[in-house]
Design a protein around this ligand. Structure first.
Ligand code: TSX
Ligand code: MN
Length: 599
């Protein structure tokens, strides 16, 4: 199981049949100087041994075994609780290839900076070699990687979030190609912390953080930043999208992929439970994924999607039996909780869990005092296998992926933006995605009510220049393509009184139903310069109490406001400079012109 780092001729059990992998592991061991090397096979025995070790050293605290069997609490370092965008770099040979949407460093400088940090950093520690597959192990759309890490917590999370272990190693050996991810928690010093990507070398180096997005390299670093770069050169898309299946009473299922900026309830939408009447009629929502979607055109021209992940790394606060019963059901056992509070009888607790219990200890391990800090960190998480989700779709394990009927973009827009509209064509849809975003609400992030654009929800995750990325999106519209329709939704429109006008949650199914009717050519629409709006009566609002004001604002088209919005979109696109595709600028001008024409 363990081999000394110096042992370069290790037997197969402690290494791989792939020389390129063995050489890289040896090279990393020579640099980081671990006490031992452990090649992860993903077995139950291995997992049990790792968990026992972490329980012994306090990395994992057991939760109530009666209410939450095989579940654990991890408290991270208080300065290590979130992704660090200002310390995240894309290292391409040419600065312009990373684009204004990324921090850039030359590959040579990036490697030098990181290798200095990694020098001897695993002394006294075990180095884990973690082979993983992003996507069903037998899927042609899946891609593999190997993460080398000195964090057993990372290994335990990777085992849930990816297909980790022997089958992945087998596939890597067959393919001879894999993404190299090197990770060390270092000293968890925020001043010695960097997340660097070398997309041209399919390499990631991450130092100084043990937190999810910085440390579970299969997720944001591989499946989004590196994969988006790889997808561009190979003709597919790696997107920050949930995937759900919507089954109608006839038993037909349409698949929808959707991108939202943070704090819009992506996981809640992915696990939506239909309103009572819909359930009775036989409607069902199936969850394929809640965060990442890889899609590629199939032989029939449609886009086929897989969820590259095997689990959910979800935000805990706000998750309740009311907001997301499927998520709550998923996390009753075999779950790692990070930075949540606990009750007197050691059950996990967070703000908005709404289960009648009370916390006694906060996420720092101190007695809960609401005057001091919330019980759970706002970015506290659960890590759980997708297989534990009651709505998990059997199609999520399908090697061929699922055909996507609709792509949905959204944002938090208290004003102007209607509940739903449909893009007139693919190019218009790409513009809708490029212009999406949220108005800021959290006082912590600065000004309230400021428009933050987050194209396709990919601002922190696109591994290359956004202008090239939009061009790549546009390139899918070609002969033989049979592309999904593109929609934009806004669950967060507010009324004069500042209250939300749309009930949201399960009732969002009514909007999804209209989209599918549009896809099937069974619903009408009102054409406007911004796209097609639902025709009154063609979106089912039976049982939804909406005031006249709500109806007007949710389904109306406000020409003057949109004129200003399109000016703002025009200047935003301008920020990406001369690489911005002309077709997208033309589309913005066309709509701006249409908005100006009739008044
Ligand atoms: O997740 C949300 N969704 C999508 C659900 C499938 N949230 C939570 C956002 C934070 C993560 C929502 N919040 C949604 C929504 O559609 N809509 C809203 C706004 C809202 C909040 C409360 C009410 C109505 C709308 N009403 C009552 O609480 C009674
Ligand atoms: Mn995400």
């Amino acid at each position: 199981m363990n081999a000394m780092p110096q042992d370069r001729s290790a037997p197969a059990a402690s290494g791989s049949a792939l020389p390129a992998l063995n050489d890289w592991v040896a090279e990393v061991a020579a640099l980081t100087r671990p006490d031992a090397i452990h090649w992860c096979d993903g077995s139950d025995a291995e997992s049990a041994a790792l968990i026992a070790k972490m329980q012994a050293d306090g990395t994992l605290l057991p939760l109530n075994g009666d209410t939450h069997p095989d579940s654990w609490l991890h408290r991270s370092h208080p300065d290590d609780v979130a992704r660090v965008e200002h310390l995240t770099f894309v290292c391409t040979s040419a600065r312009d290839d990373a684009g204004p949407n990324n921090h850039w460093m030359s590959p040579a400088d990036g490697h030098a900076r990181m290798d200095a940090l990694f020098e001897g950093c695993m002394h006294g520690r075990t180095m884990y070699v973690v082979p993983y597959c992003m996507g069903p192990i037998d899927s042609p759309l899946a891609r593999c990687g190997v993460e080398i890490t000195d964090s057993p917590y990372v290994v335990a999370n990777m085992r849930i979030m990816t297909r980790m272990g022997a089958p992945a190693l087998q596939r890597i050996e067959n393919e001879g190609r894999f993404v190299k991810g090197l990770h060390s928690i270092g000293q968890l010093d925020p001043d010695r912390r960097f997340i660097m990507h070398f997309p041209e070398e399919l390499t990631i180096k991450s130092f100084g953080s043990g937190y999810g997005g910085n440390a579970l390299l299969g997720k944001k670093c591989h499946a989004l930043r590196i994969a988006s770069h790889q997808a561009r050169s190979e003709g597919w898309l790696a997107e920050h999208m949930l995937i759900l299946g919507l089954e109608n009473p006839q038993g037909e299922t349409h698949y929808i992929a959707a991108a939202f900026p943070s704090a819009c309830g992506k996981t809640n939408l992915a696990m939506l439970i239909p309103p009572e009447g819909y359930r009775r009629d036989g409607w069902k929502v199936w969850t394929i994924g809640d965060d990442i979607c890889w899609m590629r055109p199939g032989a029939d021209g449609r886009l086929y999607a897989i969820n590259p992940e095997a689990g959910f790394f979800g935000v805990a606060p706000g998750t309740s039996a009311k907001s997301n019963p499927n998520a709550l059901a998923s996390i009753q056992s075999n779950t790692i909780f990070t930075n949540v509070g606990v009750t007197a009888d050691h059950q996990p607790w967070w703000e908005g869990i709404d289960n009648g219990q009370v916390p006694v200890t906060d996420w720092r391990g101190e007695p809960y005092d609401p005057a001091k800090r919330p019980a759970a960190h706002p970015n506290s998480r659960f890590t759980v296998s997708a297989k534990q989700c009651p709505s998990y779709s059997p199609k999520a394990e399908d090697a061929q992926g699922v055909p996507i009927s609709a792509i949905v973009f959204g944002g938090r827009r208290p004003s102007l933006v209607p509940l739903v509209f449909e893009a007139r064509d693919w190019t218009h849809g790409v513009l809708v995605g490029a212009a999406m975003g949220s108005e800021t609400t959290a006082a912590a992030t600065g000004a309230v009510g400021v428009m933050r654009r987050d194209p396709m929800a990919m601002k922190p995750f696109c591994g290359y220049n956004f202008a090239d990325y939009f061009n790549h999106w546009l390139s899918f519209d070609k002969a033989g393509a049979n592309l999904p329709k593109i929609f934009h939704v806004n669950w967060f429109r507010k009324g004069e009184d500042g209250k939300f006008l749309w009930p949201g949650f399960g009732d969002n199914l009514r909007v999804l139903e209209w989209m599918i009717k549009r896809v099937e050519g069974k619903a009408g629409a009102v054409e406007t310069p911004i796209g097609a709006l639902p025709k009154v009566d063609e979106i089912n609002l039976a049982g939804v109490a909406l005031s006249d004001e709500a109806r007007e604002r949710l389904f109306g088209f406000e020409r003057d406001g949109w004129r200003a919005e399109f000016e703002s979109i025009g200047s935003y696109l301008g920020e990406y400079g001369p690489r911005m595709p002309q077709a997208l600028k033309d589309e913005q001008r066309r709509i701006a012109g249409a908005l100006a024409a009739a008044s």
